[in-house]
Write a protein that binds this ligand. Structure first.
Ligand code: E4P
Length: 224
């Protein structure tokens, strides 16, 4: 499973890319607005120049012609743009048209298998089920990821599933078990993924055992 960062914060994106494990970024209007009043295009282009893979950037229009016009414009901003189109009838119409034009669509705000079936038929490159928001209303968000993955595999459809609205590190492991192609994680959760108390205890014990016998002796390239 590939990892994307779910943020518009350049510092966090640079760190994720430096770790060598982030192959894409997802943004949305709420995430962009957290960065203050910025020039949308400039920020997205800067993110695109840092990230080695797709950067999802959402349209703001609610009608199909508006979404299509915005998506065509956004797609020109960089080679690695995926345009986020929301789950609505207008969004399906826009996705169908944009996929014919080879513009990568990330079908976002997906909350049901029916929506995913329509998105796959419309040619969406990515489908983003929002796990955490479904859990918030007492539904099983990860079951939706499982259902969409199984559906796409059964019919051998090329859309990829991005497990989105990830709220904690358990969600990330569950997304991998469910067969999601990608999980898009907030920066705070990315940092948590590596954490395990036994790793910390083990690292300290090795260092202590070494120091007891070897003192401050270091491993050097000169052999001294
Ligand atoms: C993904 O593409 C979305 O930007 C994001 O995961 C939404 O997460 P939230 O439900 O925590 O806002």
């Amino acid at each position: 499973m590939r990892l994307f960062l779910d943020t518009a914060n350049l510092e966090h994106i640079r760190h994720g890319v430096k770790l060598g494990i982030i192959s894409g970024v997802t943004t949305n209007p709420s995430l962009v607005s957290r960065e203050g009043k910025v020039d949308y295009r400039t920020l997205v282009q800067e993110i695109c120049s840092v990230v080695p893979g797709p950067v999802s950037t959402e349209v703001l229009s609610l009608d199909a012609p508006g979404m299509i016009a915005e998506a065509r414009e956004i797609a020109k901003w960089a080679d690695n743009i995926a345009v986020k189109i929301p789950a609505s009838l207008a969004g399906i119409e826009a996705t169908s048209q944009l996929s014919k034009e080879n513009i990568n669509v990330n079908f976002t705000l997906c909350f049901s298998l029916n929506q995913a079936i329509m998105a796959a038929e419309a040619g969406a490159t990515y489908i983003s089920p929002f796990v955490g928001r479904l859990d918030d209303i007492g539904e099983d968000g990860m079951q939706l990821v499982t259902d969409i993955v199984e559906y796409l595999e059964y019919y051998q459809l090329p859309s990829q599933v991005i497990a989105a609205s990830i709220r904690h590190s358990q969600h990330c492991m569950a997304a991998a078990r469910a067969g999601a192609h990608i999980a898009t994680v907030p920066y705070k959760i990315l940092l948590q993924l590596i954490q395990h108390p036994l790793s910390d205890i083990g690292i300290k014990r090795f260092a202590d055992d070494w120091e007891k016998v070897m003192g401050k002796q270091k491993i050097t390239t000169t052999g001294t």
